[in-house]
Design a protein around this ligand. Structure first.
Ligand SMILES: [Zn+2]
Length: 144
């Protein structure tokens, strides 16, 4: 098994077991993800008008209790998890593709997490978003 790390230097890599390196890398990736999410909701494109880097303002809550945002470009409101997953996720498209394929193929969360270098909790969250978006894309669920 090759020992590589996105974050650690060569001396550190040499002193660690490969599973330890993997674990550290995944933790750091997770921290970076979490910090990125602190910038509240980042949409690369408006799901309604498709404008690039839209200016969004919080605009109350949907009946489902979900935060709604209004795009200042087109004036339309949408639920935060409306539209495609990648509009609000910091995980890149290839990770989503892997996750979706693995889910369909019955691969365990743990294996998927290791493969796409995302920790299990985040994979679980991603999977949850995926299922929510599949179930509510056309018709929001109002009951709890
Ligand atoms: Zn818009």
């Amino acid at each position: 098994m090759t020992r590589t790390s996105k974050y650690l230097n060569q001396d550190t890599i040499a002193a660690l077991q490969s599973f330890q390196i993997e674990k550290i890398d995944r933790e750091i990736t997770d921290y970076l993800d979490t910090n990125n999410k602190m910038n509240t909701y980042h949409f690369e494109y408006c799901p309604k008008c498709g404008c690039y880097h839209p200016r969004l303002i919080k605009s109350g809550f949907a009946n489902s209790g979900k935060q709604m945002l209004r795009c200042k470009e087109c004036g339309k409101r949408f639920v935060v998890d409306c539209g495609q997953l990648t509009f609000y996720s910091h995980q890149n498209q290839s990770k989503w593709n892997e996750l979706i394929l693995d889910t369909l193929n019955g691969v365990s969360l743990k294996e998927t997490a290791a493969k796409i270098n995302v920790n299990e909790r985040n994979v679980f969250n991603m999977l949850h978003k995926l299922l929510v978006s599949l179930g509510t894309e056309e018709r929001p669920i109002h009951s709890r």
